[in-house]
Design a protein around this ligand. Structure first.
Ligand code: 16G
Ligand code: ZN
Length: 541
């Protein structure tokens, strides 16, 4: 049975704070860092059970609150293939986090053990890592206490980005298979990316440096460590916002979320960057990236041009489609693209003319799942979180056709390049570093400046508003977040408004990470779009 005595003894140091209701949602549990210790202790127990349930495979736990302010923190569980925790386990996480007594906690665990027929004799291994937040080390201690109490083996990944932790989980579990994902170490991760990048750029040397805003977070560390594995002739990087030890600096006026939501440079960049330069921003745990550049003087606000997740999807989907055609396997490999309702209508139109496009609910797990139905599934949220999935059969087809004896014609070089991309792309989850290298490869191979990439399609003017409501649970959606089911009649009102504007589109959904409702609007004409956004926001309040 469960070692309840040991767990009870240890749990005394991790009492649940009064009056707080935790929720395990799209982004795991996320709240203020100083109230999360009990949750970390308890979710360590659940993670151990998850490992047992998966036959003793390694599972992961990541301590981070991503782009949220520095005092926040969070916890996310990772499944053996490096993916998000299966969603049918999320309610158990929520219940365990909220249990008022040890007895209640044990009841939740016992129910889970029974429902999933978990064999407690199976050993458990959990690898965990954390970002740079001041509250993170304490939370890691709580995880370790939970793992020790339930008798699970813990492996401390230390300070890592979220996608690095996902990588580690998958690498551990494929270590002794015919198809290992990579060496299960931080160094193995850097080596894999650096090797693949150098093969993918072949003999095209770096022409101009890339400026990276590291959000003053863990991405700064990873980027610096990574650079030791990559010669500067392959990629010149200028890393900015790398102050991980400055109190309050994390995500403050910088980072991918700031740039995307403000549609502006990180503060202070006006003085540090020049027109035409390639610029990009990571978020606080480096699982998102957006690019941007200035097409005029930095002092003019209109010079700022955003190259967000939608544009990365377009760039990458085009490039891979072209390689697949050149490789002569277009009949066998079905490429698809996955977006959410937040994708700009301009990008959806552009992509739909080239590949099948599907829309899913917000949240990585939904996009990831939908992308798995293609041989090559490109998924990106507009906010810059995304990756490309190559199915097992697509990978073997591509690699099986590479022949060392046949002449190095165009189809062979396209196949090799696809194989390089398979290694370069972190297929477990969105990864700012890996995505950055991918974008750099495509731009380098195409010989494109940011402005050329920007010219692929035109964005419709758009706006995202945050509306505070008394109870966001009253808002429920269907059709991949695009339509409200409740409150009754509200969707009809929105539809009426939308119909009045050229290429108008608007939707309302409850946030999964903040206590608010989000209103998105786009339309052909800027002023009409503003009007639409404001009118819909008014309907909601
Ligand atoms: C989480 C999701 C992200 C989504 C965002 C939406 C994961 C790993 N992250 O950060 O994909 O875009 O939530 O936030 O699933 P919202 O529900 O507050 O709008
Ligand atoms: Zn993030």
């Amino acid at each position: 049975g469960l070692p309840t005595l040991l767990i009870s003894e240890a749990s005394k140091s991790y009492p649940k704070p009064d009056g707080i209701k935790f929720t395990y949602g799209t982004a795991g549990v996320r709240t203020k860092g100083d109230v999360l210790e009990s949750t970390c202790f308890r979710l360590a127990l659940i993670s151990a059970l998850r490992s047992k349930r998966m036959g003793g495979k390694v599972v992961g736990m990541m301590v981070t609150a991503s782009h949220n302010p520095e005092p926040d923190n969070g916890l996310k569980a990772v499944d053996p293939r490096g993916e998000m925790l299966a969603s049918n386990w999320e309610p158990y996480c929520t219940e365990a986090a909220n249990a008022l007594t040890d007895e209640e906690l044990f009841a939740v665990l016992q129910r889970l053990i029974k429902a999933d027929s978990i064999n407690l004799q199976t050993p458990a291994v959990v690898v965990y890592a954390h970002d740079t937040r001041p509250s993170s080390p304490k939370l890691v201690k709580a995880i370790e206490a939970g793992l020790a109490a339930i008798g699970a083996e813990g492996r401390n990944g230390g300070l890592l980005t979220t996608p690095q932790l996902h990588y580690l989980v998958k690498a551990y579990n494929t270590q002794s298979t015919p198809d290992p994902y990579g060496e299960p170490t931080e160094e193995g991760y850097y080596k894999k990316l650096a090797d693949a990048f150098q093969r993918a750029i072949a003999d095209k040397p770096a022409t101009s440096p890339l400026t990276v805003d590291c959000a003053n977070g863990v991405g700064a560390i990873s980027l610096q460590r990574f650079q030791k594995y990559l010669p500067a002739s392959a990629l010149q990087v200028r890393a900015l916002r790398t102050s991980i030890d400055t109190a309050g600096a994390l995500n403050n006026g910088c980072g991918a979320d700031h740039v995307k939501t403000k549609q502006a440079l990180p503060s202070g960049f006006e003085k540090e960057v020049a027109e035409g330069e390639r610029l990009c921003s990571f978020d606080g745990d480096a699982d998102r990236i957006v690019y941007y550049y200035l097409n005029g003087h930095a002092s003019q606000k209109e010079s700022f041009r955003l190259l967000d997740g939608d544009r990365i999807a377009a760039l990458v989907a085009d490039y891979i489609s072209e390689l697949v055609k050149r490789a002569g396997i277009a009949d066998e490999i079905k490429i698809g693209c996955v977006q959410t309702a937040y994708a700009n209508g301009g990008s959806t139109k552009y992509l739909s003319q080239r590949v099948p496009v599907v829309c899913t609910s917000t949240g990585v797990k939904h996009l990831h799942h939908a992308a798995e139905s293609f041989d090559v599934g490109v998924y990106f949220e507009a906010n810059g979180h995304g990756t490309v999935l190559f199915s097992d059969s697509a990978q073997s087809l591509i690699r099986g056709k590479i022949s060392s004896s046949s002449p190095q014609g165009d189809s062979q070089s396209a196949l090799s390049q696809l194989s390089n991309l398979i290694d370069l792309i972190n297929q477990t989850v969105g990864d700012a570093l890996s995505d950055m290298l991918l974008v750099e490869v495509v731009l380098r191979q195409r010989d494109w400046e940011p402005a050329h990439w920007d010219s692929l399609y035109t964005d419709l003017p758009n706006k995202l508003l945050k509306v505070i409501v008394p109870d966001r649970a009253l808002f429920t959606t269907t059709d991949a977040d695009r339509k409200l089911v409740t409150p009754d009649g509200l969707q009809q009102e929105i539809d009426k408004l939308v119909g009045k504007y050229l290429e108008g589109r608007s939707f309302v959904r409850p946030s999964g990470t903040e206590d608010c409702v989000r209103v998105y609007a786009e339309a052909r004409i800027q002023q009409e779009m503003e009007e639409l956004a404001n009118k819909v926001a008014k309907l909601v309040t």
